[in-house]
Design a protein around this ligand. Structure first.
Ligand SMILES: C[S@@+](CC[C@H](N)C(=O)[O-])C[C@H]1O[C@@H](n2cnc3c(N)ncnc32)[C@H](O)[C@@H]1O
Length: 471
């Protein structure tokens, strides 16, 4: 899962360097938020440090103003004062510490707030013990690729790597060491998050505090620790603070149930943020049998095992218990070589020699797709591109059965990736595909050109042009 950006070294560097030009903020600070078990001495705040004045608690108080962004506490979707969470029929609501700009962006989103969607075929999971990983989410029946498993409004939404506290940083910069500044920043962030927590209903407070906290001994505090452990980065480009770039200025959602989904280096789901429903959706990218654990990625699954291990360490995962190919060094080495190879797309050039089957030239791509499936990499972009890349040559060869086979897989994956609008449903039926321009282009080719390299190039040009116009 792309967890809260606070944990990425890049975000922390940006956070420390600030976005303004005051001399203090441009002083480079060393290091990043630590994690694990820190010695008592490192956990203590500097003796002379006076915590920032806390804003008066109120329904929508402005807490900090920094640059063009004012940060406020808001309930989203808005609910009438005095509403009890359990009595609210509108799909739940979240307590947010967000900039005023983001609040307005959310409220101006077409169809906000639509109700979260019902999972495909109804609820199909339970939260249960997942061995050494703590709790996890498990399928209670067969879940099909493309199915929506859960659409959940978060408990809280808070800045991930925010500029909200950078004003604090510039004020501190000349006074404390970089490590002390980091310690103070964590402390102040924890206090800001506590105010969002304070606004939760008692049952939601209980749910938040029941979440796992792998940052309990590194100075993060009860609130920040849970955000660092469970926060999911949301809708990068649309929901970002004004005048920010990169990971800074983005937001993180902490959910009740989605937070129980453990990481896997071969995950069977992907997630997306939806502002109109104000919720996080989790979709299956392959069939998940009854009883199997439902998993997400917290890091780049195409990266080598050592790189993944370093990224996962920040989420309290050490070692990763997702599969043998992660924990057994010999298996990890084989998987690394395979993943590195699978990052490169196969170049396909017809024709096959006369004695070969007519799709012999497509076989490197078929093998690549099979290997991506064997590695459990259906959640990767590489798998999506490999699947799309197979549909095209079989359309060119007018192989109806193969087009149907890959189109069905691609339809499910497009649902899961939330880009069904880029999928051509006509490929899902024998009659339909024959009415597509792709099919007709081949029909118009002289027989001597069909199934040749020059025919393939012509076909590709036409296919790409059609995709551009239909998107
Ligand atoms: C977001 S929580 C996931 C739910 C958690 N297991 C619970 O009990 O609430 C992240 C924590 O789950 C555990 N975890 C998740 N995926 C893991 C994995 N692949 N291997 C080992 N531990 C894992 C780690 O303790 C991590 O800090």
């Amino acid at each position: 899962m792309k967890r809260g950006f606070l944990n990425t070294p890049k975000a922390q560097k940006q956070l420390l360097q600030g976005t303004n030009t005051t001399s203090a903020a441009t002083q480079p600070a060393q290091g990043s938020y630590k994690y694990g078990v820190l010695p008592e001495a490192e956990l203590a705040l500097p003796k002379d440090y006076k915590p920032l004045a806390r804003p008066t608690e109120g329904p929508d108080v402005v807490t900090l103003k920094y640059g063009s962004n004012e940060y406020i506490y808001a309930t989203l979707p808005p609910v009438p004062p005095g509403t009890k969470y359990s009595d609210f029929l509108g799909g739940g609501y979240s307590e947010c510490w967000i900039s005023d700009h983001i609040k307005r962006t959310i409220e101006a989103t077409p169809n906000f707030p639509t109700l979260p969607l019902t999972p495909t075929g109804g609820k199909a999971y339970r939260i249960a013990k997942a061995g050494d990983k703590g709790l996890g989410m498990f399928a209670t029946r067969l879940i099909r690729a493309g199915d929506l498993i859960i659409d959940e409004r978060p408990l809280i939404v808070v800045p991930a790597s925010s500029i909200a506290l950078e004003g604090v940083l510039s004020y501190l910069a000349n006074k404390y060491t970089p490590d002390q500044r980091l310690r103070i920043m964590l402390h102040e962030k924890d206090r800001c998050m506590e105010l969002a927590y304070n606004k939760l209903d008692p049952e939601r407070k209980k749910a938040f505090m029941a979440l796992f906290n792998c940052h309990s001994r590194d100075g993060s505090g009860e609130f920040m620790g849970r955000v660092r452990t469970n926060g999911i980065g949301i809708d990068g480009e649309k929901l970002r603070d004004k005048d920010t770039t990169g990971d800074v200025g983005r937001y993180s959602a902490v959910c009740d149930e989605i937070s129980r989904i453990n990481h896997s280096c071969c995950p069977n789901t992907v997630y997306h943020w939806h502002t109109d429903t104000f919720s996080v959706r989790v979709f299956a990218v392959r069939d998940i049998p009854t009883g199997a654990e439902i998993t997400l990625k917290y890091c780049n699954i195409m990266a080598p095992a050592a790189e993944r291990a370093a990224a996962l360490d920040r989420y309290g995962i050490n070692p990763c218990a997702c599969s043998v190919s992660c924990s057994d060094p010999a298996r990890a080495k084989i998987a690394d070589e395979r993943r590195a190879r699978l990052k490169t797309r196969s170049m396909l050039v017809p024709p096959s020699t006369p004695e070969d089957p007519e799709d012999a030239w497509v076989q490197p791509a078929v093998k690549q797709l099979r290997e991506l499936e064997e590695e459990g990499l259906q959640a990767s972009d590489e798998y999506y591109h490999a699947l799309g890349g197979l549909l095209v040559p079989y359309l060119f060869l007018q192989n109806v059965d193969k087009v149907l086979f890959y189109a069905k897989k691609l339809e499910a994956l497009s649902k899961a990736r939330d880009n069904l609008k880029n999928f051509e449903p006509l490929y899902l039926s024998r009659e339909g595909m024959k009415t597509t321009e792709s099919w007709k282009v081949v029909g118009r080719m002289p027989k001597s050109t069909r199934k040749t390299a020059s025919g393939w190039l012509l076909f590709l040009q036409s296919y790409i042009a059609q995709r551009r116009t239909s998107m």
